[in-house]
Ligand binder design. Structure first.
Ligand code: ATP
Length: 255
């Protein structure tokens, strides 16, 4: 059996001196799998991601990257394997979009001139892939919310990770850019873990969905199983109807 690329086992976490917010979270993600994490506001999605990209250590349990506890990897080694696109964006507004994307190369810096040439190629390719060529030399602070979001995804791609973790990547994006971004993420061949509020997009683009409810795993599986009417009702405290007669499921919700 192939080793999962990322594995969470028995994760618990809470803020200092406070009870656990996340309890006994376990799952494993296979190479190339696209996993969406869904759940109500405050369910613990961003807190879980912070443990997966080694920003916060779990109170209990482990996150393993290719079979090895992530805290036994250095921060730099982890950054060569895992890139994160967060909801918070950099405040260094004077940097250009290209300079922000170039920050993705930092974990790979060696100081050799040949590496500098390759770095420039990787940076340009990431900028083009996110359709940012015309903004590349604009100051980051002057870009729209959606353009900034695409710059942050380009920076993550420039990091050339095996695992890409994104917190609400479709925030700020118009419908076309939402679809383009999710199609791009699917087409990368990387392992992708992202939080998504839009259940239709999650069902359409993820191989697998993990639904969190009050800090616990409520369901984990292919979209039609994980996003059953019953699970949606429990996770979001709404009545849900799922019409699966078309090519993609259609959700309707009522209070
Ligand atoms: N450092 C912290 N100190 C205190 N409470 C925290 C801290 N971090 C998270 N929380 C609380 O933990 C809960 C889960 O937060 P988290 O941001 O992980 O939820 P989420 O599912 O990502 O929510 P949303 O959909 O609103 O982004 C929230 O009630 C939040 O207020």
């Amino acid at each position: 059996m192939t080793l999962p690329i990322l594995e969470a086992r028995g994760l618990c976490w809470g803020p200092p001196r406070k009870p656990d917010i996340l309890t006994d979270i376990s799952f494993s993600v296979a190479e190339g799998e696209v996993m969406a994490i869904c759940g109500a506001n405050g369910a613990g999605k961003s807190s879980l991601l912070r443990m997966l990209y080694r920003y916060v250590a779990p109170r209990k349990g482990t996150v393993s990257l290719m079979g090895r506890d992530i805290w036994l990897h250095s921060a730099r080694d982890t950054a060569r394997q895992i890139a994160a696109v967060l909801q918070e964006q950099p405040s260094d507004f004077a940097l250009t979009a290209r300079q922000i994307v170039a920050l993705g190369r930092l974990p790979h810096r060696t100081g050799f001139a040949t590496a500098a040439i390759r770095d420039a190629e990787v940076i340009s390719a990431a900028i083009t892939r996110l359709d940012l060529d015309r903004f590349a030399d604009h100051a980051f602070g002057t870009l729209s919310g959606g353009e900034k979001q695409r710059v942050m995804v380009a920076r993550a791609l420039a990091q050339e990770p095996h695992v890409l973790i994104l917190d609400e990547p479709t925030n700020h994006l118009d419908i076309r850019h939402q679809l383009e971004l999710l199609a791009l993420l699917r087409g990368l061949g990387l392992t992708v873990i992202c939080t998504l509020h839009d259940l239709t997009l999650a069902a359409q683009y993820a191989d697998r969905i993990l639904v969190l409810s009050q800090g616990r795993v409520l369901s984990d599986g292919p979209p039609d199983q994980a996003l059953s009417e019953h699970h949606i009702a429990t996770a979001f405290n709404v009545t849900a109807r799922v019409d699966r007669s078309g090519p993609a499921p259609r959700f309707s919700f009522h209070l």
